[in-house]
Design a protein around this ligand. Structure first.
Ligand code: AQP
Length: 321
Protein backbone atom coordinates (compact mmCIF):
# COMPACT_ATOMS: atom_id res chain seq x y z
CA UNK A 1 0.00 0.00 0.00
CA UNK A 2 1.33 3.43 -0.95
CA UNK A 3 -0.03 6.53 0.73
CA UNK A 4 0.60 9.86 -1.00
CA UNK A 5 0.42 13.27 0.69
CA UNK A 6 1.44 16.68 -0.57
CA UNK A 7 2.08 20.19 0.65
CA UNK A 8 1.62 23.19 -1.62
CA UNK A 9 4.32 25.89 -1.34
CA UNK A 10 1.78 28.70 -1.39
CA UNK A 11 3.56 30.20 1.62
CA UNK A 12 5.76 29.37 4.59
CA UNK A 13 4.84 26.21 6.51
CA UNK A 14 2.96 27.08 9.71
CA UNK A 15 2.09 25.54 13.03
CA UNK A 16 -1.21 24.19 11.62
CA UNK A 17 0.54 22.36 8.78
CA UNK A 18 3.02 21.00 11.32
CA UNK A 19 0.60 19.85 14.04
CA UNK A 20 -2.21 18.83 11.68
CA UNK A 21 -0.15 16.99 9.09
CA UNK A 22 3.65 16.98 8.93
CA UNK A 23 4.33 15.84 12.48
CA UNK A 24 2.05 12.86 11.93
CA UNK A 25 3.50 12.11 8.52
CA UNK A 26 6.92 11.84 10.16
CA UNK A 27 5.66 9.72 13.07
CA UNK A 28 3.36 7.33 11.21
CA UNK A 29 5.05 6.95 7.85
CA UNK A 30 5.42 3.45 6.36
CA UNK A 31 8.33 2.58 4.03
CA UNK A 32 6.21 2.85 0.84
CA UNK A 33 4.58 6.18 1.73
CA UNK A 34 5.36 9.24 -0.39
CA UNK A 35 5.39 12.96 0.38
CA UNK A 36 5.78 15.68 -2.20
CA UNK A 37 6.01 19.45 -2.48
CA UNK A 38 3.26 20.32 -4.96
CA UNK A 39 4.76 23.43 -6.53
CA UNK A 40 2.75 23.03 -9.76
CA UNK A 41 -0.43 23.35 -7.70
CA UNK A 42 0.80 26.70 -6.34
CA UNK A 43 0.59 28.15 -9.87
CA UNK A 44 -3.20 28.06 -10.00
CA UNK A 45 -3.35 31.45 -8.26
CA UNK A 46 -1.18 34.50 -9.00
CA UNK A 47 2.38 33.93 -7.69
CA UNK A 48 5.94 35.22 -8.04
CA UNK A 49 8.44 32.79 -9.64
CA UNK A 50 11.40 33.62 -7.36
CA UNK A 51 9.24 33.25 -4.28
CA UNK A 52 7.81 29.94 -5.49
CA UNK A 53 11.32 28.58 -6.10
CA UNK A 54 12.46 29.64 -2.61
CA UNK A 55 9.30 28.32 -0.91
CA UNK A 56 9.63 24.96 -2.66
CA UNK A 57 13.16 24.53 -1.25
CA UNK A 58 12.03 25.75 2.14
CA UNK A 59 9.00 23.42 2.26
CA UNK A 60 11.22 20.49 1.29
CA UNK A 61 13.70 21.42 4.03
CA UNK A 62 10.93 21.60 6.64
CA UNK A 63 9.54 18.17 5.67
CA UNK A 64 13.00 16.65 6.07
CA UNK A 65 13.70 18.58 9.27
CA UNK A 66 10.45 17.27 10.76
CA UNK A 67 11.80 13.75 10.34
CA UNK A 68 10.25 12.53 7.10
CA UNK A 69 12.47 9.94 5.46
CA UNK A 70 14.55 11.57 2.69
CA UNK A 71 13.89 8.47 0.56
CA UNK A 72 10.17 9.20 0.44
CA UNK A 73 10.09 12.86 -0.63
CA UNK A 74 10.12 14.53 -4.01
CA UNK A 75 9.26 17.83 -5.68
CA UNK A 76 6.31 17.68 -8.08
CA UNK A 77 7.83 19.84 -10.84
CA UNK A 78 10.83 17.52 -11.07
CA UNK A 79 8.36 15.23 -12.87
CA UNK A 80 6.85 17.96 -14.99
CA UNK A 81 7.41 16.03 -18.24
CA UNK A 82 5.80 12.81 -17.03
CA UNK A 83 2.98 14.66 -15.27
CA UNK A 84 2.32 16.88 -18.29
CA UNK A 85 1.92 13.82 -20.49
CA UNK A 86 -0.38 11.96 -18.14
CA UNK A 87 -2.30 15.14 -17.32
CA UNK A 88 -3.25 15.49 -21.00
CA UNK A 89 -4.33 11.87 -21.23
CA UNK A 90 -6.47 12.32 -18.12
CA UNK A 91 -7.91 15.63 -19.28
CA UNK A 92 -9.10 13.69 -22.31
CA UNK A 93 -10.66 11.15 -19.93
CA UNK A 94 -12.47 13.79 -17.85
CA UNK A 95 -15.70 15.57 -18.71
CA UNK A 96 -15.76 19.38 -18.58
CA UNK A 97 -18.79 19.21 -16.29
CA UNK A 98 -16.96 16.89 -13.90
CA UNK A 99 -14.15 19.42 -13.45
CA UNK A 100 -16.48 22.41 -13.26
CA UNK A 101 -18.46 20.72 -10.47
CA UNK A 102 -15.55 20.78 -8.04
CA UNK A 103 -16.58 22.83 -5.01
CA UNK A 104 -13.08 24.12 -4.37
CA UNK A 105 -12.92 25.45 -7.95
CA UNK A 106 -16.22 27.24 -7.54
CA UNK A 107 -15.16 28.79 -4.23
CA UNK A 108 -11.68 29.85 -5.32
CA UNK A 109 -12.80 31.03 -8.78
CA UNK A 110 -15.40 33.26 -7.14
CA UNK A 111 -12.61 35.08 -5.27
CA UNK A 112 -10.67 35.84 -8.49
CA UNK A 113 -11.24 38.58 -11.06
CA UNK A 114 -10.16 36.19 -13.76
CA UNK A 115 -9.66 32.59 -12.60
CA UNK A 116 -6.86 30.67 -14.29
CA UNK A 117 -7.76 27.64 -16.37
CA UNK A 118 -5.33 25.71 -14.16
CA UNK A 119 -7.65 26.32 -11.21
CA UNK A 120 -10.31 24.36 -13.10
CA UNK A 121 -8.00 21.59 -14.28
CA UNK A 122 -5.75 21.15 -11.26
CA UNK A 123 -7.81 18.27 -9.81
CA UNK A 124 -6.92 16.39 -13.03
CA UNK A 125 -3.25 17.15 -12.38
CA UNK A 126 -3.80 15.89 -8.84
CA UNK A 127 -5.21 12.68 -10.33
CA UNK A 128 -2.03 12.44 -12.45
CA UNK A 129 0.11 12.90 -9.28
CA UNK A 130 -1.73 10.02 -7.66
CA UNK A 131 -2.00 7.63 -10.60
CA UNK A 132 1.55 8.17 -11.84
CA UNK A 133 2.98 7.05 -8.49
CA UNK A 134 0.54 4.14 -8.18
CA UNK A 135 -0.69 5.49 -4.84
CA UNK A 136 -3.53 3.50 -3.31
CA UNK A 137 -4.45 5.64 -0.32
CA UNK A 138 -4.73 9.41 -0.15
CA UNK A 139 -5.16 10.86 3.33
CA UNK A 140 -7.16 14.06 2.85
CA UNK A 141 -9.47 16.37 4.73
CA UNK A 142 -13.05 16.97 3.61
CA UNK A 143 -12.06 19.78 1.24
CA UNK A 144 -10.03 17.38 -0.91
CA UNK A 145 -12.34 14.35 -0.84
CA UNK A 146 -14.07 15.34 -4.04
CA UNK A 147 -10.72 15.54 -5.85
CA UNK A 148 -9.71 12.03 -4.78
CA UNK A 149 -13.14 10.85 -5.90
CA UNK A 150 -12.40 12.35 -9.32
CA UNK A 151 -9.04 10.54 -9.43
CA UNK A 152 -10.89 7.27 -8.67
CA UNK A 153 -13.40 7.95 -11.43
CA UNK A 154 -10.69 8.76 -13.98
CA UNK A 155 -8.62 5.68 -13.06
CA UNK A 156 -11.66 3.41 -13.41
CA UNK A 157 -12.81 5.02 -16.65
CA UNK A 158 -9.35 4.88 -18.21
CA UNK A 159 -8.85 1.24 -17.17
CA UNK A 160 -12.26 0.26 -18.53
CA UNK A 161 -11.87 2.22 -21.80
CA UNK A 162 -8.28 1.42 -22.76
CA UNK A 163 -6.79 -1.26 -20.50
CA UNK A 164 -5.96 -1.95 -16.87
CA UNK A 165 -3.06 0.38 -16.11
CA UNK A 166 -3.86 2.32 -12.97
CA UNK A 167 -4.32 1.40 -9.33
CA UNK A 168 -7.68 2.84 -8.27
CA UNK A 169 -6.92 5.09 -5.29
CA UNK A 170 -9.10 5.66 -2.26
CA UNK A 171 -9.39 8.61 0.08
CA UNK A 172 -8.34 7.81 3.62
CA UNK A 173 -9.77 9.85 6.43
CA UNK A 174 -6.85 10.81 8.62
CA UNK A 175 -7.23 10.28 12.37
CA UNK A 176 -8.92 13.35 13.86
CA UNK A 177 -6.28 16.00 13.28
CA UNK A 178 -5.64 19.23 15.06
CA UNK A 179 -7.36 21.98 13.09
CA UNK A 180 -5.35 25.01 14.14
CA UNK A 181 -7.12 28.37 13.87
CA UNK A 182 -5.58 31.75 13.08
CA UNK A 183 -4.47 33.27 16.41
CA UNK A 184 -5.63 36.77 15.51
CA UNK A 185 -8.84 35.66 13.83
CA UNK A 186 -10.02 32.31 15.23
CA UNK A 187 -12.93 32.33 12.77
CA UNK A 188 -10.42 31.28 10.08
CA UNK A 189 -8.07 28.34 9.93
CA UNK A 190 -4.38 29.13 10.12
CA UNK A 191 -3.30 29.35 6.47
CA UNK A 192 -0.05 29.85 4.54
CA UNK A 193 -1.64 32.39 2.25
CA UNK A 194 -3.32 34.48 4.99
CA UNK A 195 -3.28 38.18 4.09
CA UNK A 196 -2.55 39.15 7.70
CA UNK A 197 0.26 37.07 9.17
CA UNK A 198 0.17 38.25 12.79
CA UNK A 199 -2.04 35.29 13.71
CA UNK A 200 0.05 32.70 11.84
CA UNK A 201 3.02 31.09 13.61
CA UNK A 202 5.47 29.89 10.97
CA UNK A 203 7.71 26.93 11.68
CA UNK A 204 10.75 29.04 10.78
CA UNK A 205 9.70 32.09 12.85
CA UNK A 206 12.39 33.19 15.31
CA UNK A 207 11.30 32.33 18.90
CA UNK A 208 10.66 35.95 19.88
CA UNK A 209 8.43 36.47 16.85
CA UNK A 210 6.43 33.30 17.55
CA UNK A 211 6.15 34.22 21.21
CA UNK A 212 4.83 37.69 20.35
CA UNK A 213 2.15 36.24 18.04
CA UNK A 214 1.00 33.84 20.78
CA UNK A 215 0.98 36.59 23.44
CA UNK A 216 -1.25 38.70 21.21
CA UNK A 217 -3.64 35.84 20.36
CA UNK A 218 -7.28 36.84 20.45
CA UNK A 219 -9.21 35.43 23.41
CA UNK A 220 -12.31 36.94 25.07
CA UNK A 221 -13.32 38.99 28.11
CA UNK A 222 -14.36 36.13 30.36
CA UNK A 223 -10.98 35.60 32.07
CA UNK A 224 -11.42 32.05 33.43
CA UNK A 225 -9.65 29.29 31.50
CA UNK A 226 -12.20 26.74 30.34
CA UNK A 227 -12.35 24.59 27.22
CA UNK A 228 -15.52 25.62 25.38
CA UNK A 229 -14.77 25.40 21.64
CA UNK A 230 -18.19 26.61 20.47
CA UNK A 231 -18.55 29.62 22.74
CA UNK A 232 -14.87 30.58 23.09
CA UNK A 233 -13.01 29.64 19.88
CA UNK A 234 -9.91 31.79 20.45
CA UNK A 235 -9.28 30.38 23.89
CA UNK A 236 -10.12 26.85 22.74
CA UNK A 237 -7.58 27.18 19.91
CA UNK A 238 -4.80 28.02 22.38
CA UNK A 239 -5.85 25.15 24.64
CA UNK A 240 -5.91 22.70 21.72
CA UNK A 241 -2.45 23.80 20.58
CA UNK A 242 -1.14 23.25 24.11
CA UNK A 243 -2.90 19.88 24.28
CA UNK A 244 -1.44 18.61 21.00
CA UNK A 245 2.07 19.83 21.83
CA UNK A 246 2.05 18.27 25.29
CA UNK A 247 0.12 15.11 24.41
CA UNK A 248 -2.83 15.58 26.79
CA UNK A 249 -6.56 16.17 26.26
CA UNK A 250 -7.77 19.78 25.85
CA UNK A 251 -9.63 19.49 29.15
CA UNK A 252 -6.44 18.46 30.94
CA UNK A 253 -4.48 21.23 29.18
CA UNK A 254 -7.07 23.82 30.29
CA UNK A 255 -6.62 22.77 33.90
CA UNK A 256 -2.90 23.65 33.84
CA UNK A 257 -3.55 27.42 33.77
CA UNK A 258 -5.82 29.75 35.71
CA UNK A 259 -5.19 33.05 33.88
CA UNK A 260 -4.92 33.88 30.18
CA UNK A 261 -1.37 35.12 30.73
CA UNK A 262 -0.40 31.78 32.27
CA UNK A 263 -2.05 29.90 29.44
CA UNK A 264 -0.30 31.95 26.76
CA UNK A 265 3.07 31.45 28.50
CA UNK A 266 2.46 27.71 28.59
CA UNK A 267 1.41 27.66 24.91
CA UNK A 268 4.45 29.70 23.87
CA UNK A 269 6.79 27.43 25.81
CA UNK A 270 5.25 24.26 24.35
CA UNK A 271 5.18 25.61 20.78
CA UNK A 272 8.75 26.89 20.89
CA UNK A 273 9.91 23.56 22.27
CA UNK A 274 7.94 21.69 19.58
CA UNK A 275 9.26 23.80 16.71
CA UNK A 276 12.85 24.38 17.88
CA UNK A 277 14.42 21.16 16.53
CA UNK A 278 12.54 21.47 13.23
CA UNK A 279 13.54 25.11 12.77
CA UNK A 280 17.19 24.44 13.62
CA UNK A 281 17.48 21.43 11.31
CA UNK A 282 15.65 23.20 8.48
CA UNK A 283 18.02 26.18 8.77
CA UNK A 284 21.00 23.81 8.57
CA UNK A 285 19.59 22.22 5.44
CA UNK A 286 18.85 25.59 3.85
CA UNK A 287 22.39 26.74 4.63
CA UNK A 288 23.85 23.63 2.98
CA UNK A 289 22.30 23.63 -0.50
CA UNK A 290 24.41 20.58 -1.45
CA UNK A 291 22.58 18.20 0.87
CA UNK A 292 19.13 19.51 -0.01
CA UNK A 293 19.95 19.27 -3.73
CA UNK A 294 21.16 15.67 -3.33
CA UNK A 295 17.94 14.65 -1.56
CA UNK A 296 15.89 16.41 -4.21
CA UNK A 297 17.73 14.78 -7.12
CA UNK A 298 17.44 11.32 -5.57
CA UNK A 299 13.74 11.87 -4.87
CA UNK A 300 13.20 12.96 -8.48
CA UNK A 301 15.03 9.91 -9.83
CA UNK A 302 13.04 7.50 -7.71
CA UNK A 303 9.71 9.17 -8.48
CA UNK A 304 10.53 9.10 -12.21
CA UNK A 305 11.42 5.40 -11.98
CA UNK A 306 8.13 4.61 -10.26
CA UNK A 307 6.30 6.59 -12.95
CA UNK A 308 8.02 5.37 -16.07
CA UNK A 309 6.50 1.94 -16.76
CA UNK A 310 3.02 3.11 -15.75
CA UNK A 311 3.20 6.15 -18.01
CA UNK A 312 4.56 4.03 -20.86
CA UNK A 313 1.70 1.55 -20.47
CA UNK A 314 -0.89 4.37 -20.32
CA UNK A 315 0.42 6.00 -23.49
CA UNK A 316 0.54 2.63 -25.26
CA UNK A 317 -3.02 1.55 -24.46
CA UNK A 318 -4.27 5.08 -25.21
CA UNK A 319 -3.00 4.65 -28.78
CA UNK A 320 0.03 6.92 -28.58
CA UNK A 321 2.79 4.34 -28.99
N1 AQP B 1 -4.77 25.25 10.06
C1 AQP B 1 -4.50 23.96 9.88
N2 AQP B 1 -4.63 23.09 10.90
C2 AQP B 1 -4.33 21.78 10.71
N3 AQP B 1 -3.89 21.25 9.55
C3 AQP B 1 -3.74 22.09 8.51
N4 AQP B 1 -3.33 21.90 7.23
C4 AQP B 1 -3.37 23.08 6.57
N5 AQP B 1 -3.80 24.06 7.39
C5 AQP B 1 -4.05 23.48 8.60
C6 AQP B 1 -2.89 20.61 6.68
O1 AQP B 1 -1.58 20.79 6.15
C7 AQP B 1 -1.41 19.88 5.04
C8 AQP B 1 -0.80 20.58 3.87
O2 AQP B 1 -1.66 21.60 3.44
P1 AQP B 1 -1.70 22.04 1.93
O3 AQP B 1 -0.42 22.65 1.55
O4 AQP B 1 -2.16 20.91 1.11
O5 AQP B 1 -2.81 23.13 1.78
P2 AQP B 1 -3.86 23.79 2.66
O6 AQP B 1 -4.64 22.81 3.47
O7 AQP B 1 -4.64 24.66 1.76
O8 AQP B 1 -2.90 24.63 3.62
P3 AQP B 1 -2.89 26.15 3.98
O9 AQP B 1 -1.80 26.33 4.95
O10 AQP B 1 -4.24 26.61 4.39
O11 AQP B 1 -2.48 26.88 2.65
P4 AQP B 1 -3.31 27.87 1.73
O12 AQP B 1 -3.32 29.17 2.45
O13 AQP B 1 -2.53 27.94 0.46
O14 AQP B 1 -4.68 27.30 1.54
C9 AQP B 1 -2.78 19.29 4.74
O15 AQP B 1 -2.81 17.96 5.23
C10 AQP B 1 -3.73 20.18 5.48
O16 AQP B 1 -4.90 19.49 5.91
Amino acid sequence: MTRLSGITPSGHIHLGNHLGAIRRWAAESEPDDLYFVSDLHAMTLPYRPERLRALTRENLAVLLAAGIDPGSVFVQSDLVGELGALNWVLECTCGYGEAARMIQFKEKAAEQDSARLGLLTYPVLMAADILLQGASEIPVGNDQNQHVELARTLARRFNASYGEVFTVPAAAVPRAAAGVRDLADPGRKMAKSAQQQNGVVFVLDEPDVAQRKINRAKTDDLRDVRYEPEQRPGLANLIEILAVCTGVSPYAAARTATTYAQLKDAVAEAVLEELRPVRERARELLDDPGELERVREKGARQAAERASSRLGAALRVAGLR
